[in-house]
Design a protein. Sequence first.
Length: 119
Amino acid sequence: MQERLQIAQMLYAQRMLKKKTQTQCGQKLGVTFQQFQKYEKADNGIPSTKLLLFCKKFKVKLSEFQDGDPYSVIEAAPIHPMKKEECFERLSQLETKLNRKEQDDKSRSEESMAGQSIS
């Protein structure tokens, strides 16, 4: 789950850095803006072929998605300080959402295991 979070946050941060819309990014990848939005929200994982295409089209090193810091990318972006604050908040919300989902999945798994051991 942490990998999906890292990739989603970096997609968003790189899009902000490049000053692109979800529609523009989706067009470059051959997907709808809704699908690109799902990649950014980590609702859907981005296929490796699409991630490689994103890197190629927007001149981003693939290693950035593994090792990069999305907060640093936003900090370096040539955008208004108020917009940066919005971006930081969005990154934080995504972390919270995925951490909550991970905890819910773990709880469900534990409940399922507990139910199986009773039988």
